[in-house]
Design a protein around this ligand. Structure first.
Ligand SMILES: NC(=O)C1=CN([C@@H]2O[C@H](COP(=O)(O)OP(=O)(O)OC[C@H]3O[C@@H](n4cnc5c(N)ncnc54)[C@H](O)[C@@H]3O)[C@@H](O)[C@H]2O)C=CC1
Ligand SMILES: O=C(O)C(=O)Cc1ccc(O)cc1
Length: 315
């Protein structure tokens, strides 16, 4: 394979798919479009978004090879179709495009929740179309067509959750596609995915949304003081809490059981820390903070700490 112009992953000599259709031109859809075109992962990259101004912006940015005027037109004759819309929109979009999908096509998505997406999409799958759900565990707090960049998936996990009995060739092609963008692919069930992501991603976002709201609500802490003294941990929370409201509303509505389970455990652990503070139990606090410090150091040693978005961006 020849080195790519962007040098973040090798460019393929022959495309993996003839035609790739991307529905939803936000952070993830535009990042895939950048990477797939630059790395020759598809001969033709066609995009569609239901918002006319997003389609217009995508044209101005030169995303993919073509911006279609309808979802059906985008997916017609496509070999690989990726739904890059909020989790709650995957079912309705699958219903909208079902009759235009060609036999042999591979349908996929990038939703942060998998079980509800599988349940919503599967009933609309036409005969001969394989569904291979995917979740790139890579993103930023930004959204929209301007937010995407080609190296977003480099050295990031991408979790595939195919149903039992799914076509191995479709799974292999989807794996190759994500590996082609530099991702590291892992396969697991949709339910397991949802449980793991509830604690590693969904709960942290909920905590960030909550703490930033709490700080803002405190009458004694004026807006300017919140900004002035936000150099520490609070600043990291404000970045996460700036994430897209529609996307995250859908995540919590569609991963309700797993998030409530993790929230229950979180509240119990928080009660232990609360008690330790109330009764001056420094030992409990010190032991807990030592354990969490070791966890962070373990992640850093594995090279899996999240680089800041800016470090990933190419000029
Ligand atoms: N933002 C992130 O960091 C990550 C997001 N994801 C998942 O990727 C998906 C997309 O997220 P983003 O790209 O961040 O969102 P985004 O908000 O940047 O873009 C979503 C786009 O979908 C379009 N859309 C909504 N409903 C539609 C419909 N019915 N038909 C056509 N277009 C429609 C919107 O107009 C918007 O342009 C979500 O399911 C999210 O859970 C996965 C990994 C990371
Ligand atoms: O910006 C961050 O810190 C993220 O955590 C991005 C992210 C958001 C949602 C996902 O499903 C995966 C990754």
């Amino acid at each position: 394979m020849a080195p790519s112009q962007d040098s973040f992953a090798p460019r393929r000599e022959a495309p993996l798919f003839g035609r790739l259709a991307i529905i939803g031109i936000g952070l993830i859809g535009s990042s895939i479009a950048h990477a797939a075109k630059a790395l020759n992962l598809a001969g033709r990259v066609v995009l569609y978004d239901r918002e006319p101004e997003v389609r217009q912006r995508a044209r101005e940015l030169g995303l993919g090879h073509e911006i279609a005027d309808s979802a059906a037109a985008a997916v017609a004759d496509a070999d690989h179709i990726i739904l890059c819309v909020p989790v709650g929109a995957c079912g309705p979009v699958a219903a909208e495009i079902a009759s235009a999908l060609k036999p042999g096509a591979i349908l996929s998505d990038v939703g942060s929740v998998k079980k509800s997406v599988v349940e919503a999409v599967t009933p609309h799958l036409p005969e001969g179309v394989q569904f291979v759900p995917a979740h790139p565990v890579a993103g930023t707090e930004n959204s929209g067509p301007d937010a995407g960049f080609p190296s977003l998936f480099l050295n990031r996990w991408c979790i595939l959750t195919p149903a039992e009995g799914a076509d191995p060739a479709a799974i292999a092609a989807t794996r190759q596609f994500w590996e082609g963008m530099g991702a590291i692919v892992e396969i697991m069930t949709a339910s397991h995915h949802d449980l793991v992501l509830a604690v590693t991603s969904h709960l942290p976002h909920l905590i960030a949304y909550n703490i930033v709201g709490t700080a803002e609500d405190l009458a004694a802490v004026t807006q300017s003081e919140v900004i002035k003294f936000s150099a520490g941990g609070f600043r990291d929370f404000t970045r996460i809490a700036a994430s897209d409201p529609t996307m995250w509303r859908d995540v919590f509505l569609h991963n309700k059981d797993a998030v409530l389970e993790m929230l229950g455990r979180f509240s119990e652990d928080l009660a232990v820390l609360t008690r330790a503070i109330r009764f001056g139990d420094g030992d409990t606090l010190h032991k807990h903070f030592t354990r969490t410090r070791a966890i962070r150091r373990g992640i850093v040693a594995l090279g899996q700490e999240k680089p800041e978005t800016e470090k990933l961006r190419k000029d």
